[in-house]
Design a protein around this ligand. Sequence first.
Ligand SMILES: NC(=O)c1ccc[n+]([C@@H]2O[C@H](COP(=O)([O-])OP(=O)(O)OC[C@H]3O[C@@H](n4cnc5c(N)ncnc54)[C@H](O)[C@@H]3O)[C@@H](O)[C@H]2O)c1
Length: 254
Amino acid sequence: MRLEGKAAIVTGAARGLGASIAADLVREGARVMLCDILVEQGQAVAREIGEGAVFRALDVTKADQWAEAVTAAEARLGTVDILVNNAAMIEQVPYDDVTEELFRAIFEVNALGTFLGMKAVVPAMRRAGAGSIVNISSTAGIHSSGGLAYTGSKFAITGLTKTGAHMLGPERIRINSVHPGWMRTPQTEAAPLDWVASLQPLRAVMDTREVAKLVSFLASDDASMITGSAYVIDAGALLMGARDIVDRMHEHMA
Ligand SMILES: NC(=O)c1ccc[n+]([C@@H]2O[C@H](COP(=O)([O-])OP(=O)(O)OC[C@H]3O[C@@H](n4cnc5c(N)ncnc54)[C@H](O)[C@@H]3O)[C@@H](O)[C@H]2O)c1
């Protein structure tokens, strides 16, 4: 129960990774406000998690909704000690199909939404005397592996994390990014994940609960000296690349 006495906001918590993160934070003793634009699904997930979980509708691209959500979280949960910026829009289309409109939509949710969340919770974290923000990026935010706009937005999250961590460190507000590789979520339902697993060094595709455990650790005081760091959790996928070319070269030469 490493999060006993703490209160958290998790965005994009109505399904997928966000729902797993909310459940793990509650399992570790936190009180959690799950936020999403999917209201019925979010309410159902909060009910399923049970005591310690409440749901609130929030569109992360709207600053006024963020202000109201933080006020509501302080009223219902007491403080805001933890924020997990997880909500995202995913895009994987060819170069010519990335329009200005699509680019703006992806950046609004993934980059602006993360920025607005970081801005909104800091006054509450100052009142609490400390805080931990975990921004969900992707392996695409370390190495190019997603769509053009998606990858750009996930690199933006890495930059927001490191600069924010530097600026807020003196106030005991820590910010780290988590960079998952392939996970089984509604977003990846159509992807051939068993085939992906057969290629990855650990011969597996992650379950969201494995990523949630890393988030709970970073949110907790066990990580009190960790800030500005980028944590990759990807079943070894980023080890591929140059190494993969060498292996294929040996196969080709055999
Ligand atoms: N699934 C993967 O393999 C994978 C890999 C790397 C990184 N990620 C990252 O993990 C996170 C979760 O991904 P997922 O696969 O669970 O996705 P998902 O689409 O299942 O969940 C995303 C959630 O964000 C919510 N959301 C979207 N726009 C929103 C908005 N404007 N305001 C509030 N909520 C909004 C959605 O309603 C949804 O519930 C994302 O940041 C994603 O980029 C996922």
